[in-house]
Design a binder for this molecule. Structure first.
Ligand SMILES: [Zn+2]
Ligand SMILES: [Zn+2]
Length: 138
């Protein structure tokens, strides 16, 4: 299944482009969900700290956790381990990856686990404290 690339970053709850060191690339995004009530609006958090995602057209609101459970992160990548490129999806939910929170997916070619960390955060050494998760996405 071909991934649906966003035409506009405004269609996304999450969008990032990363160049991995020393090699590899990631483009990842999560498309905003269409309002299940009116089928017109794209659900979004009115503010970063809002506990709900709201429809801008009809005002329908969904609780943040429930809404995010229905979202997916689409990934186009060049694997840092084997160099092959591929496309995949992963749940819109950060997991622990090398001591930091990241969206984690596996390379379809070699099975390497690849994490999309928050910006400017390198994986920490084992035993380092894990930073708190917040909603301050790019
Ligand atoms: Zn609506
Ligand atoms: Zn690979």
């Amino acid at each position: 299944m071909a991934l649906q690339f966003p035409e506009n970053v405004n269609e996304c709850v999450y969008f990032t482009r990363r160049a991995l060191v020393p090699k590899g690339k990631i483009v990842a995004w999560a498309l905003r969900k269409q309002c299940p009530k009116c089928k017109k609006g794209l659900m979004a958090k009115p503010k970063k700290t809002s506990p709900t995602y709201d429809c801008p057209s009809c005002g329908y609101a969904e609780e943040k956790k429930a809404h995010e459970a229905g979202l997916a992160v689409s990934v186009q990548y060049v694997c840092p381990a084997c160099g092959k490129s591929g496309e995949t999806t992963t749940p819109y939910q950060r997991k622990s990856w090398n001591g930091v929170k990241a969206y984690v997916f596996s390379c379809l070619a070699c099975g390497e686990k690849i994490g999309i960390t928050k910006k400017l955060k390198e994986p920490k050494k084992k035993g380092a404290p894990v930073p708190d998760e917040d909603d301050d996405d790019e």
